[in-house]
Write a protein that binds this ligand. Structure first.
Ligand code: B12
Ligand code: SF4
Length: 575
């Protein structure tokens, strides 16, 4: 296969061999498949694009941390490839793949979201330059295979029979195919048969959070969301025992915080109730040294039993898609689960169990008016939610929203836009509203004030370690001193909101909340810095579009590197 083979256009009807009904012998699954040949598999996760939710600006305060969260999907694949094969893993959020690693590999396996599309295509170019076959799976290709005409092998859907066929092909040959081949999973592997993702291939201390997945799928059908189409409406589950093994591995690896990446942790409330007592026991045993967090729907406020167990399990943070405070808009987008109880009341209820709420907000809805930004800002003020992620509405493929707008001829993928939607308001108005919400939400005084409220309203209700002195190990103390020195320098001395920082620090220290000082300072620093970049740089506004990604991230990283150079020696990374 020549290295400079021209890219081919995607045309499913003509160009692709689409393998949708695999020929399986009944007993062989992707877990029991034994290959005939030995292969070297390079699993790669592409870099993120900076966003409110990726916390890049917090990392320079934190020593070894270089990325947000380990990528579950590709780590699962790394654990699933036949035992006879060798596997290496590189997360390009930590470091780029080296030429020698491409040279080592027989095949390159990649995952990613739409927002990582240009990074995925860049990986394909590098793999092809090295003459290697590349296979892509994950949420983006599963929803939109047509985005990836350059990739040799596409894997659509979750792991299952499609994955088995992909492995069979790689066993047979690692030559690049003449035409793109698409594998689609029809029979999913039950999650109870999932192996532990290959956490052994990462240093979890390089991530802000560890993560695990208990369930996949969500019963709701919000108009803009592709989860029901991609992962189904009837959540599939791992067993609590699988989760405990994963939690132990991550906690033993040194992570202070673990996130459940489930689409909706209470998608099946009964399943949450089954798992939570195990988590409570696990936390008691570990004396609450690891914070847990998850994504769930706001109607958790209707389940006091779940909230009580979440508190006992030291679930300290949840992300909720609040989306909008306009009840007509919630009805229009089929997000009725947010309507059952007034939103502010739900947030207060969740907070009363010691759980902080982070909120996703969408701008550009058909129901938006000139009053929308004010309504959002009033809500943030009333709810006192510190972390808010405002995004422009985007029509993702395979969503009811996409179909509706396509029929109405309101899709527009013109250059330089961060959304493919013709909004009812002018595009510039929607972007201006987005900027206004960000400017006012992330004014340093306001975000620190919201954290001050959380300290009284939420953090006071949290579990506390029974033996706090056990955590005073030499390693922990040294790490705390290092992180505090960095934070004190960057935020407490160099930033223009140092007054707010010191006020918060004294208040929290007086109450003995050492951990809160670190959390608030780091998260606050990211939100304020990234918020300012949204206003002053060409940061893309939807967190979905493929526009303008590498350069800003590079600029941010170079700025951080330059800062390290001028900072005093004591503030540098320990080796
Ligand atoms: C955790 C999470 C994040 C985390 C980390 C993501 C990560 N490390 O991968 C963070 C917070 C960073 C994040 C951010 C965003 N996210 Co997000 N996120 C998720 C979430 C909830 C879970 C991801 C996960 O770990 N799933 C569990 C794993 C096991 O599932 P999986 O990756 O799909 O893998 C399965 C298969 O796809 C397959 N597979 C995966 N990879 C490969 C590779 C090969 C070779 C093969 C054979 C198979 C295979 O095997 C797995 C098992 O079946 C998903 C929802 C979801 N259900 O996936 C959204 C989701 C991936 N995120 C999404 C989006 C849009 C975003 C954001 C753009 C905006 C937002 N909503 O906040 C930002 C962008 C970040 C950035 N700026 O770059 C979308 C992606 C849409 C799409 N189709 O591309 C999803 C699907 C949710 C949604 N519909 O809104 N996200
Ligand atoms: S509740 Fe969340 S995961 Fe479920 S369909 Fe709505 S947006 Fe998607």
């Amino acid at each position: 296969m020549s290295e400079d083979r021209p890219d081919r256009a995607y045309d499913e009807s003509e160009a692709c061999m689409s393998v949708s009904v695999p020929l399986l012998t009944p007993t062989v699954t992707v877990r029991t498949f034994h290959p005939e040949n030995v292969r070297r598999i390079l699993c790669v996760f592409p870099a993120y694009t900076e966003a409110f939710g990726t916390f890049d600006h917090a990392f320079p305060l934190m020593g070894p941390v270089k990325a947000f969260m380990p990528p579950q999907g590709i780590l699962l694949i790394a654990a699933l490839v036949p035992r006879e094969w060798q596997v290496r893993f590189v997360d390009e959020n930590i470091r780029p793949v080296e030429e020698s690693e491409f040279a080592w590999a027989d095949a390159v396996l990649v995952s990613g979201m739409h927002i990582q599309r240009s990074q995925i295509l860049d990986l394909a170019r590098r793999a092809h330059r090295a003459g290697k076959v590349i296979a892509l799976g994950g949420p983006s290709v599963s929803a939109a295979p047509e985005y990836y005409p350059e990739i040799d092998l596409l894997h659509c859907g979750e792991v299952g029979d499609g994955t088995l066929d992909l492995f069979r092909l790689l066993d047979e040959t690692v030559a690049r195919p003449e035409r793109q081949i698409v594998y689609r999973t029809v029979d999913r592997l039950p999650m109870t048969q999932f192996p532990t993702p290959a956490y052994r291939l990462i240093d979890v201390r390089q991530y802000l959070l560890g993560c695990v997945q208990y369930s996949s799928g969500c019963p709701f059908t919000c108009e803009f969301c592709d989860i029901p189409a991609l992962y189904g409406r009837n959540p599939r589950l791992k067993s609590p025992q699988q989760i405990l093994v994963e939690l132990d591995e991550l906690a033993d690896g040194g992570t202070p915080s673990i996130y459940f990446v489930d689409d909706n942790f209470i998608g099946n409330p009964r399943a949450a109730l089954d798992l939570l007592p195990h988590l409570v026991e696990w936390q008691r045993h570990r004396d609450y040294t690891v914070r847990l967090s998850c994504e769930l729907t706001l109607n958790v406020a209707e389940y006091p039993e779940i909230l009580k167990l979440m508190r006992e399990a030291f679930m300290t943070n949840v992300f909720c898609g609040i989306e909008t405070v306009d009840t007509d808009a919630l009805r229009a987008m089929s997000k009725r689960q947010n309507l059952r109880t007034p939103i502010l009341q739900s947030v207060d209820t969740i907070n009363s169990y010691g759980i902080e709420v982070a909120a996703g907000i969408i701008l550009g809805l058909d129901t938006d008016t000139s009053e929308t930004p004010d309504a959002i800002l009033e809500f943030i003020e009333a709810a006192q939610i510190p972390i808010v992620t405002p995004n422009l509405l985007v029509a993702l493929p395979h969503t009811p929203l996409y179909e509706r707008l396509q029929k109405a001829a309101r899709l527009n993928s013109g250059e330089g836009r961060d959304s493919n939607i013709e909004y009812l308001q002018p595009y510039e108005t929607v972007v201006a509203n987005w900027k206004r919400v960000i400017r006012e939400t992330y004014e340093p005084r306001k975000i620190y004030a919201r954290y001050a409220t959380q300290a009284k309203k939420t953090y006071l209700h949290r579990k506390r370690p029974v033996r706090p002195l056990d955590q005073l190990t030499w390693t922990n103390v040294r790490r705390a001193v290092e992180v505090f020195s960095r934070t004190a320098w960057r935020v407490g001395i160099c930033s223009d909101y140092r007054r707010e920082f010191w006020k918060m620090t004294w208040r929290e220290l007086r109450q003995g909340n050492v951990e809160s000082v670190f959390q608030i300072a780091m998260v606050g620093h990211h939100l304020i810095t990234f918020g300012r970049e949204c206003l002053t740089r060409d940061v893309q506004a939807s967190a979905y579009s493929a526009r303008g990604r590498e350069e800003p991230l590079l600029v941010a990283r170079l700025q951080d590197a330059a800062f390290e150079e001028v900072g005093p020696h004591i503030l540098r990374n320990p080796s």
